[in-house]
Design a protein around this ligand. Structure first.
Ligand code: RB5
Length: 146
């Protein structure tokens, strides 16, 4: 599986940690930056990671900022991307089962490394249920921006 990863400065260390772990597990990681803890703007990296999913260059995206909010909201502006902003594994699992989330946003200032690993592991190993949930996801995707 190809995973695009993006973060701002606040999410950089967690991105580095998770990218290393995921590479060791055999995932193909496309790191769109940022590449240091120097202050930067999260929308750039949320969009960049989400675009990799939208173009098909990546199967999923994981984006990280201080709270997960700014970078997750940014990722959700890209057509075709459904980014779940979560802080625990239950929501991560349901975001796959019911929402077919193809992007995940984490807050490095909100959760610890072990919780982040748990969330990512759960999210990557849970499949979409389809059925009535597919109808609802399709309804989401049909919502047109004004
Ligand atoms: C950066 O200070 C912080 O605002 C950012 O990482 C994120 O939490 C925004 O949503």
């Amino acid at each position: 599986m190809r995973i695009a990863m993006g973060s701002d400065h606040a999410g950089f260390e967690l991105k580095k940690h998770l990218a290393q772990k995921l590479r060791s597990e055999g995932y193909d990681i496309i790191d769109v930056g940022t590449h240091s803890t120097e202050s930067c703007d999260y929308p750039i990296f949320g969009e960049a990671a989400a675009r990799k999913v939208a173009t098909g260059e990546a199967d999923r995206a994981i984006v990280i900022c201080g709270t997960g909010q700014g970078i997750g909201i940014s990722a959700n502006k890209v057509a075709g991307v459904r980014c779940a902003i979560v802080s625990e594994a239950f929501s991560a699992r349901l975001s796959r089962l019911h929402n077919n989330a193809n992007a995940l946003a984490l807050g490095a200032r909100v959760i610890g490394t072990d919780v982040a690993e748990d969330i990512v592991d759960t999210w990557l190993h849970t499949e979409f249920l389809g059925g009535r949930h597919a109808r609802r996801v399709n309804e989401i995707m049909e919502i047109k921006p004004e």
